[in-house]
Design a protein around this ligand. Sequence first.
Ligand code: NAD
Ligand code: DAU
Length: 344
Amino acid sequence: MATRKVLVTGACGFIGSCFVRTLLARDPDVHVVNLDLLTYAGNPKNLASVEGSSRYRFVRGDIRDEALVTELVGDVDCVVNFAAESHVDRSTTEKAGAFIETNVYGTFVLLEALRLHRPTARFLQIGTDEVYGDVEAPGFPDEHSLLEPSSPYSASKAGADNLALAFSRTHGLDVIVSRCTNNYGPYQYPEKLIPLFITNALDELELPLYDGGTQIRDWLRVEDHCEALLLLLDRAETGEIYNIGANQEPERSNAEITEMILECAGRSKSLIRPVTGLRPGHDQRYAVSTQKLRALGWAPQADIEEGIARTVGWYAKNRSWWEPIKSGEYLEFYERHYGLSARR
Ligand code: NAD
Ligand code: DAU
């Protein structure tokens, strides 16, 4: 990789931290600055393994802070924007304003700083497949498909993608947009389906499965996502969008993923608690065409059974990472949202 100084935003979160660990390990010449606000989802422990590196610097701050962002972009070769409010349920049942402020306005602040102070830097906007909305089988939207976001979260991400692409077209910035399917793996905040169900199963708590569990997501290991992003930083065409996904065959429903988790954790299906009404506008199926990315030479490295087994193993061994998270604000949200107890 030719890049030398990279500003990564939101790297105390799940995917950004995997990306930084991988980037520093892969490229001995790269220097990384991590700008993260440390919201409820940000956790510096996710990057404990690189904290001592002279090639890594953490700045606690907000991507909406124009002065700070201006200072940080001054000498970068590229910016990778992971920073976001990322949980769909919080965008539908709580106030959606934070999603608009960080995901849309925050992305604008980064783009504007690059336009004014560092117009040659590459900008990688980390987007989501959810912008294509509910995809009827057997459809696989490609990068030119219509955007039909269903939730305030996915609408805010579509807004960010469009802003980034507009800055490419209007101001000539070197922008790339990636749109990935659902990730899973180590260090994922236990509000999303897989880490929530794994940690609940390990603690023998109920697994609140929404709406019959028939929905399809195209689960991808976070490590495979980050490999794709490194490839894109190097090889993507400027101004282009790239879908990223596992293209699971066969596709797996949430109920099937739940059963895999229970089996790996050695727990009974009686822990499944069917619930309805907690995700208004619930999308039935996500899927994307990944031909454009695969033409660059990328392919995922693990299938879902192996990936889930490894992930259950990681959470079983790393209780010291997730047990402290399941307290305070976490429990308040959990009990408010699910009306269930998350206390052991
Ligand atoms: P996450 O919620 O685990 O982490 C988000 C990080 O952003 C946290 O560290 C948080 O502190 C930080 N942050 C939030 N607001 C900020 C602000 N205003 N300024 C600076 N930092 C801020 O999220 P994740 O699951 O790692 O997702 C990362 C990105 O990838 C997001 O943009 C998300 O939309 C996208 N994405 C996620 C998935 C997935 O399955 N998790 C799939 C596709 C795309
Ligand atoms: O598709 C990419 C997106 O994947 C990312 O852009 C988002 O940031 C990320 O959160 C994820 O969104 P989802 O809404 O698909 O993920 P989540 O894990 O919240 O839900 C996955 C499926 O599981 C969905 O059909 C809802 C269901 N679910 C979720 C939770 C939290 C349940 O059945 N029970 C639950 O408690």
